[in-house]
Design a protein around this ligand. Structure first.
Ligand SMILES: Cc1cc2nc3c(=O)[nH]c(=O)nc-3n(C[C@H](O)[C@H](O)[C@H](O)COP(=O)(O)O)c2cc1C
Length: 165
């Protein structure tokens, strides 16, 4: 947050910084937003949180009787280092849905919001055992690694297609 981009609760038409206004214009121009981010501690990285704090600002994203973002759709694509079998994935999805869809997108008038959590984002499989030890497996090499990455890319595109159609 910067002083220039702090909300002024008495002025919903406040002119925010030029940088933030440019981002607002990009958001306004889109019908469908896809936000791709690595999941950090069951949440968004600070950079993405800061983008929301500054760009989804008072008078733009909320604070009007007719929200300017109303009717748009947004897909939050969270890449997770956890493996698909890890029991932490399901609660992670719930947390992110509550935070990003209910807490932010629907609060701002979006018509549709969903979180797609994509586990296995790391080349090396990662899990935590019942004593809290991080177990990092071996990454495949060569063509096997290339195939693993292509498969992951396809999963991202499929998630976007399914949301958009
Ligand atoms: C600070 C930090 C926190 C992380 N927290 C989580 C987490 O809570 N759950 C998870 O599955 N992965 C977690 N990860 C793993 C990242 O999600 C993973 O490394 C990332 O999605 C890989 O994408 P990238 O190569 O684009 O960074 C974390 C990584 C970092 C650096």
């Amino acid at each position: 947050m910067t002083v220039e981009d702090e909300p002024d609760w008495t002025n919903r038409d406040r002119a925010y910084s030029r940088q933030v206004q440019r981002h607002m214009e990009r958001v306004l121009a889109a019908d469908l937003l896809v936000v791709v981010f690595p999941i950090y501690w069951q949440s968004t990285p600070a950079l993405l949180k800061g983008w929301i704090d500054r760009v989804w600002n008072y008078g733009f994203a909320y604070g009007r009787s007719a929200p300017r973002l109303a009717g748009k759709r947004i897909l939050w694509v969270g890449l997770a280092g956890a493996t698909a079998e890890d029991p932490i994935v399901a609660p992670m999805v719930e947390l992110l849905e509550a935070q990003l869809s209910d807490g932010i997108a629907y609060y701002c008038g979006f018509a549709k919001s969903a979180v797609a959590v994509l586990p296995d984002a790391e080349d090396q499989p990662q899990s935590v055992d019942d004593r809290g030890n991080l177990i990092v497996g071996k990454a495949p090499a060569g063509e096997e690694l290339a195939t693993q990455r292509r498969t992951f890319d396809r999963r991202v595109l499929t998630a976007v297609d399914e949301f958009a159609t």
